[in-house]
Write a protein that binds this ligand. Structure first.
Ligand code: PLP
Length: 454
């Protein structure tokens, strides 16, 4: 028996009695009794431990308050809408791409019963991904395409379908890591391919690839250095050279583009980025992209190119494991349609944000600063494409800086309002970059800042 210095433990309520307390009845109604019982047990045990240490015994009111607080904290961890005032367009931690109104509508429609694998003409089974593949092929300008759960899955499927137990030749300058768990050499091993590195970090020539191709080679892989740059004394084999080598040795050439552009851009934020169109024109057999990064759609990966190779990917047993669900598919169809209609579809939020007019951003910032009062001023901001994409590209824009004594405390306060506002602390001020705030949210943002500032 533990000591009970003040003989108080008997006064602690039993767990079931606590759960029946009317101050917890809303919790039970919302979350169900079992989880509230668990929380109540934890809280009662904490109170018991405190009493044994000689601290004052918690009242029933304290206990109810503690149980309620546990659920408030828990509730904050669910996926919630936020206002992204960071200026980072593809913010990985904030869900990468916000969907267009059309895509959201399509998701809501598909959420019920929907023609996911149903053919309305025959009344029989239809293909889940066939139509989507056709749309993707149309967009990429390739004979065929298929769509899977994300860019990483797309590459894994290509490797498994075309290079299982075979060698994949890659430049040492392109062995990328895209976020901690996605490292190209490890992905290859997991897919059952053997990595053959050629060249050096800064210079890889076509002769390096040529020397590495053998009977064991499954494919030649070119990877877009989407999240880092190599500058200085550099050299890389061109896609055209790789394609010529692939044709000569009868090996497919795959370009993991990830992000970049759909079509080559001479001006604007995507100027000079490698594009799907350039890769296809160079004669690459397959190109792999991430649909949220490249198109501002839902999470998904596209494999586009040669019909026979796409078919091998589609028929591989792993294809089922990495397929898209109906919500992704609905959002993708809407996003593909937007890009097909217009080369710069500003109804896709990420496209609108990347191409935001700086005069308009300035006007919005001035209006907002005026509404927020003397502690607010207009500031020049530097946004980013984000999502590990286009590392050298800065997006000059405008925002509002709030000069307060403790900007970190204000940042925390803004995270605590509903919906939370995510800003940036810069040079002693809390900065809200308006590039990533959709204009209709300006009024709401002002109200939330006033609320957080108190
Ligand atoms: C982003 C990226 C991927 C992974 O795509 P996800 O959709 O994030 O899985 C693969 N390769 C490259 C080059 C990328 O930029």
């Amino acid at each position: 028996m533990s000591a009970d210095p003040r003989g108080q433990l008997a006064q602690l309520p039993a767990v079931d009695a606590l759960v029946r307390d009317e101050r917890l009845s809303d919790l039970v109604a919302t979350h169900g009794a079992p989880v509230v019982v668990d929380a109540a047990r934890t809280v009662v045990e904490e109170a018991r431990a405190e009493a044994l240490e000689g601290r004052p015994l918690a009242t029933t009111e304290d206990l109810c308050e503690r149980v309620n607080r546990r659920f408030v904290i828990r509730d904050r961890r669910r996926v919630r809408r936020v206002i992204n005032a960071t200026g980072v367009v593809l913010h990985t931690n904030l869900g990468r791409a916000p969907l267009s109104a059309e895509a959201r509508h399509a998701v809501a429609e598909a959420a019920g019963y929907a023609t996911v694998e149903y053919d309305l003409e025959t009344g029989g089974r239809g293909s889940r991904t066939h139509h989507l593949g056709e749309l993707a092929a149309e967009l990429c300008g390739t004979p065929a395409a298929t769509v899977v759960n994300n860019g990483a899955a797309a590459l894994v499927l290509v490797l498994a379908a075309l290079a299982h137990d075979r060698e994949v030749v890659v430049s040492r300058g392109e062995l990328v890591e895209i976020g901690g768990s996605y490292r190209l050499p490890e992905v290859m091993t997991a897919a059952g391919s053997r990595l053959v590195e050629v060249g050096t970090t800064n210079r890889t020539r076509i002769a390096d690839y040529r020397a590495a191709v053998s009977e064991r080679t499954g494919l030649l892989l070119k990877v877009h250095r989407s999240n880092f740059r190599i500058v200085g004394f550099t050299e890389e084999a061109t896609l055209a050279e790789l394609v010529a080598l692939g044709r000569e040795r009868d090996r497919p050439v795959v370009h993991d583009l990830g992000t970049g552009a759909l079509r080559p851009a001479r001006t604007g934020p995507l100027a000079g980025e490698p594009s799907v169109e350039d890769a296809v024109r160079a004669g690459v057999d397959l190109v792999v992209v991430s649909a949220d990064k490249l198109l501002g759609g839902p999470q998904a990966g596209v494999i586009a190119g040669d019909a026979a190779l796409v078919e091998r990917c589609r028929r591989h047993p792993l294809a089922r494991a990495v397929r898209v669900d109906k919500l992704q598919r609905a959002a993708l169809e809407a996003t593909f349609a937007a890009h097909r209609r217009d080369p710069v579809p500003v109804d896709v939020p990420t496209v609108a944000m990347l191409h935001a007019d700086t005069d308009e951003l300035h006007e919005r910032a001035a209006r907002m600063a005026a509404e927020l009062g003397p502690a607010a001023r207009v500031v020049a901001t530097t946004g980013l494409v984000g999502g590990g994409a286009l590392p050298g590209t800065e997006l000059p824009g405008w925002g509002v800086a709030l000069d307060v004594a403790d900007p970190d405390a204000l940042a925390a306060g803004l995270r605590d309002v509903d919906p939370p506002v995510i800003g940036r602390v810069d040079e002693g001020a809390l900065v809200l970059d308006l590039r990533t705030v959709p204009p209709p949210q300006d009024t709401e943002l002002v109200d939330l800042v006033l609320l957080a500032r108190g």
